[in-house]
Design a protein around this ligand. Sequence first.
Ligand code: ARG
Length: 459
Amino acid sequence: QPKKLWGGRFTGAVDPLMDAFNASIHFDRRMYAADCIGSMAYAKALAKNNIITEEEKDQLVSGLEKVMEEWSKNTFEIKAGDEDIHTANERRLGELVGPVAGKLHTGRSRNDQVATDMRLWLREEASKILAYLKELISITVNRAEKEMDVLIPGYTHLQRAQPIRWSHFLLSYAWLWQADAERLEQLIERLNVLPLGSGALAGHAFNIDRDFLAKELGFRGIINNSLYAVSDRDFVAEFLFWASLTMVHISRIAEDLIIYSSGEFGFVKLADAYSTGSSLMPQKKNPDSLELLRGKCGRVFGDMSGFMMSYKGIPSTYNKDLQEDKEPMFDAADTLSGSLQITAGVLSTMDIFADKMRGSLSADMLATDLAEYLVRKGVPFRETHHISGAAVKMAEDRNVALSDLSVADLKSLHPSFDDDVASVWSFETSIENRNTPGGTAKSSVSSQIDQLKTWLTAS
Ligand code: ARG
């Protein structure tokens, strides 16, 4: 059996099943770069405090560079006994630079090492995800700008409610994603503190310069309590919640677009690139991309809730349960990267049917505007709501459109109705009346586009 890094006090062999059960190398190998970079900084810090010589440091750093290169070229050979990325790298470093490799771990534990690796890895990955998210926002904003004059029914309870601009709908998601981006930026800020130099749990016995380490690794500061430093995975929990919430937003627009792409709606058509067919029904074109996006949301919730279950009830400091933090973090990061890119692809290639959208507007959707007409004539809104409701009923009973009621019909409901009521029967007017900031009028939608563009260029 290969020698264990921690094997000193052990005489019995480990059950091979336990060995496999305990190992994390098959997934934590993804953190190889973070592990090597963290170790290089650590070697420098050891030399800075004369715990190792400058020459030893140089040997360690160049050895670690080689280890990292082997991983990136896919030539790193994982050997039996390589329990995790930390032991694997140290083993390989020893083969490359000899016994000096044994000095690297002075004062360090895998506990502060793994916590550091995780933060470095997530910081990097979250920045990539942030870029995908901003790309998605940018695509959505550009589309909204191009399709400004397209009108669609706005829905509540999936019942036609009031006419809105299609762009206004698109931007409602751009704003959700903008908030997601801000949250992700804040999360990156929060996780960017250094656990290294905390030892196994109690602190560092060789007075390592933790501020130096933090600077070397680009952290904004150090974690001020060693027990906290080795056991804290709140940043993983926060990321998983962030990922879940962002997936909710993706899932909701996916659901909207699935509905809009149905034959009954026919508002949008997905590009072939994001659709699939049926093996049996030749006519089918299915929005699989959107269904997967909706489904993946559940998967990310699983990552979050699974991790939370493992995380709760762990006694103070490091316990092996914490090894269960990685796979959900990796999975959520992968799923978000993929989902954001697919959503961007769908949104940038999808066709819309502006005529079908507009054709779905009906005069009853102006019942609120009819009530507002009377409000402008001085009738209290609560009263006008009833009067307009009575007009809707009258039209329904006669099986005509609300706009087909004559002025005389309307006058029979309230004397303030007059010839100028004709102006109510315009979807454009209804939309343009909603010109307060945040509304669906052109000026407001344009201003939303400007705000989002300014944010995109500034961030
Ligand atoms: N593979 C371990 C993990 O992911 C590294 C830390 C091991 N520490 C320990 N004391 N066994 O959590």
